[in-house]
Design a binder for this molecule. Sequence first.
Ligand code: SF4
Length: 699
Amino acid sequence: RGDSADFDKEVESICPFCGVGCQVSLKVKDGKVKYVDGINGPANEGRLCVKGRFGFDYIHHEHRLTKPLIRRDDAPAKGLNVDPGNWQTHFREAEWDEALDFAAKGLKDIGGTGVAGFGSAKCTNEEAYLFQKLIRQGFGHNNVDHCTRLCHASSVAALMENVGSGAVTATFNQIENADVAIAIGCNPIENHPVAATYFKQFTKRGGKLIVMDPRGQALKRFSSHMLQFRPGTDVSMLNAIMNVIVEEELYDQQYIEAYTENWEAEKEHLRDFTPEAMAEVCGIEAETLRDVARTFAGANAAMIFWGMGVSQHIHGTDNSRCLISLALMTGQVGRPGAGLHPLRGQNNVQGASDAGLIPMFLPDYQSVMNDGVRSAFTEVWGSEDFSNQKGLTVTEIMDAVHDGDIRGMYVLGENPAMSDPDVEHARDALAKLDHLVVQDIFITETANFADVILPASAFAEKSGTVTNTNRQVQMGRPAVPPPGEAKEDWWIEVELAKRLGLGWDYAGPADVFAEMKLNMNSLNNITWERLERENAVTYPSLSPEDPGQAIVFADGFPRPDGRARFTPASIIAPDDVPDQEYPMILTTGRQLEHWHTGSMTRRATVLDGLEPEANCSLHPLTLRKLGVAPGEHVRLTTKRGSIEIMAREDRAVSPDMVFLPFAYVEAAANILTNPAVDPYGKIPEFKFSAVRVEAAAQD
Ligand code: SF4
């Protein structure tokens, strides 16, 4: 590794991958990042996982975009057909002025609701803020969204409805003050590895960890209870646990009376969900459900963590409603070691949502339907009013493209050609667009369909703030310059806005942050200068000296009368249930070494070396039945499509299930997934599709 004398400089920044938000030191030599170390950030205290420590060299990959590209007149028809190392058949290089003029003119010519925007949780807060402003100010509507729609939109819908705030009520580090914790529908050892180290420490000092997941997982080894329930039956299992708490009067009457509403309706609703009746549905024995109920209700301080396994269902909002009700009825919010914590997936999905990169909310979750809110923003922006209607979400935008209602798109850092459910539908939509502007660091699958590609910056090449799962706003700093003529994203957005006639004038991200503060109370007492000095401040911060509140809602909730709400949830079956033709259950997710659509981690030498090949996980009994040996290929077929992929033996997956990571373009999981959405969060049901698994012809 060498010591500091071996490097030209060391720059402190933030890991670009998961929502834990580990602080890193980037060691630079000869204009390149050579090593990464963990430093003492509030979320990681020096720790890093394999992605943070070894997954950085994609920033120097030969596929990096170094010049703006414009689609050639004689390019082949739009499709997933560009070789990122040999793109000259499809695109020609252009100067920045030409590319920006071309990008802006195409969007302007279409104009109004004919244009939509996808930002990204990989954006900094300032970039996300500018992006939503560009769509709202430039096109007069709210058709702007990002990948939060595909991860925790249903959790946020339930939290906003019942608690009045979409963010966590306590940092994950608060687990050190808990004696019981539930981790449901999340797999932190793979997906939030540094957070998982705190979970393990918690169990080592005697904390009881209740893991609930249809798939077994490494955290099982540390758990007091492992509930491997039937996929899609979260509501029945959680309602049964709450039924026990009601029937045995284990709830916190004092807390309920002081801080909640609608308790009687919830209590009545739960009467029918007896453990005996629900055991049949969820596959967990009644006595285990009782034991879990008593353990959780008997805790002095308890936390609930959840992930995509809860949110990515057509009943994702109901799943989260149950978790919120469980915490409220036991008074487990607003104290040290108590709270609700949806583990956020991307390093800035919290911040991008806070910054208004969503179709129903302006920054700080202020409704676009509120006239006073819109006028507060247009006053700062010096612009006309814009639509008071909620905009379209990610999947709705793709449908609108198919219908011909949207003909132009601006996509910054998002990769819908890989990340959308039923992805062939999304790819067809992208091919139909009259004008697609893509801003990214590589020719992603989405950039394959672009009319113009604007080369942007990786995390180690730019300034900006990001907000992690803990509500910690943290400072990212540039360690190396962008390659070739690539630019920082905020600069590209500003130049595009100028060409759209918006008259923007920012000297840099600090200027943008200052503007954000004018209409975002969450940033009170947090300044750019303070973040440069302190690296991280948690919101809310109550004074210029306050490092921020790790726990919120000790004295009530940001809802009418300060009361949180119980919203009863009923059982809704998954949309695409197994039948004779598609008898098994497909579930998708991440794996430790790869991240999201793989555009970064599959170009990181160590990570790609560890996991170079697309794979799915099947139970040994299933493999035996198919006559397939581990390492051989299977064919997975759903109502949407079919892929062939290498099969891995995994006892954690039940015999009627297949687990499929979504990072691999050559066997794209989302060719198979179901686009049906939760009615509140509009999140697709990535976690449950009926699938047929067969042996494939072996190589
Ligand atoms: Fe990066 Fe997340 Fe790993 Fe931390 S836990 S190093 S933020 S990927």
